[in-house]
Structure formats: C-alpha cells, structure tokens
Design a protein around this ligand. Structure first.
Ligand SMILES: [Zn+2]
Ligand SMILES: [Zn+2]
Length: 167
C-alpha cells in the first residue's frame, strides 16, 4: 500500500500510519483531515468523502451538517441544504449540536480523570470517538443524545430502546 506523505515536510510515514497520526519527522498533522458529516470517518479535506461519497463540508459546519443528517436529510443533499439554509438557522443548528457535544466532552473529561489511576489509558479516547462511530463499526452513526439519553452503542441504536425512528 502506498505510504502517506507529510504535507508539511514531505517525509514518508510508517506503513502502520493511520489517519490522524502526527508526522514522525516534524510532528505536524500529516495532512489536513476533516470528519465526514455523513459517515464520520476522518477523510482528507477534499471535495468528496473517500469513504461514502458525501460532499465534504467545511469543518465549521460539521455540527449543523450532523443535525441535518439526524433530521433525515440524505447523504447527497446535506452540503446543498447547508448552502440553502438561512445562515441564522445554520448558526442555530451548530449551537444545538455544540450543546450536546459539551455533555459528551464532560464525560470524556471524567474518563480522563479516572485513567490517571489505570494502566490502560485508552478509555477516554474511545469515548471521544463513540458519539460518531465509524462506518466500519456499523455504518450509520448514532447521535450523541436522543431525548436526553445517550446511545450506549450501535446495537442500542438499531435494536434497543433508543431505536432510530428513521432508517
Ligand atoms: Zn512532517
Ligand atoms: Zn463519508
């Protein structure tokens, strides 16, 4: 497989390099990556998601885009819908998303605190990723909160009490 090359210093990265890892030579981000608003994978900040084909939206619009997704807007309409929406509504959606995110980030902080006393320091990282499970882990990402209760897992989303109303 072709190895990733640092956008800043040009150094080739190890074969086990994965998206998000910093450059071994210069310590900078190897390439500018954003989360896909649809599948939540980290992808290069290009035009379309390499994982699902959704148009990549500007990272400052990520929260608003996720709100549209949870409202049922389809994969190929999210970016267009964002351009159509009243900017005030976009800000409003972003604000709602940020509020939900803040709840999860507090839990992550607590997990980091607990980790200080643990040998394995991986739990908070996993928790941070959990609001946006990757497509590889089961496709549709559950949202952070549903009616105030946080989804425990993908299974809960699909089959449990937090079962998604839309497909
Ligand atoms: Zn570098
Ligand atoms: Zn995607």
């Amino acid at each position: 497989m072709e190895r990733a090359v640092c956008e800043r210093c040009g150094e080739k990265q190890p074969v086990d390099w994965k998206a998000g890892d910093l450059c071994l030579a210069c310590g900078a981000a190897v390439r500018h990556e954003v989360r896909c608003a649809w599948c939540a994978e980290w992808v290069p900040a290009g035009k379309f998601c390499r994982s699902c084909g959704c148009e990549v939206v500007n990272e400052i619009l990520y929260g608003a885009a996720r709100m549209l997704k949870s409202a049922g807007v389809d994969r190929f309409s999210i970016a267009g819908k964002l351009r159509e929406l009243d900017p005030e509504q976009v800000r409003n959606l972003s604000r709602i998303y940020e509020g939900q995110l803040a709840v999860v980030l507090r839990r992550c902080e607590e997990a980091r605190l607990c980790e200080m006393y643990l040998l394995q320091k991986t739990h908070s990282r996993r928790l941070e990723e959990s609001p946006v499970p990757s497509a590889a882990e089961g496709g549709t990402a559950c949202e952070i909160t549903r009616g105030g209760t946080r989804c425990q897992s993908e299974r809960l989303c699909e089959e449990g009490p937090n079962k998604r109303s839309s497909a």
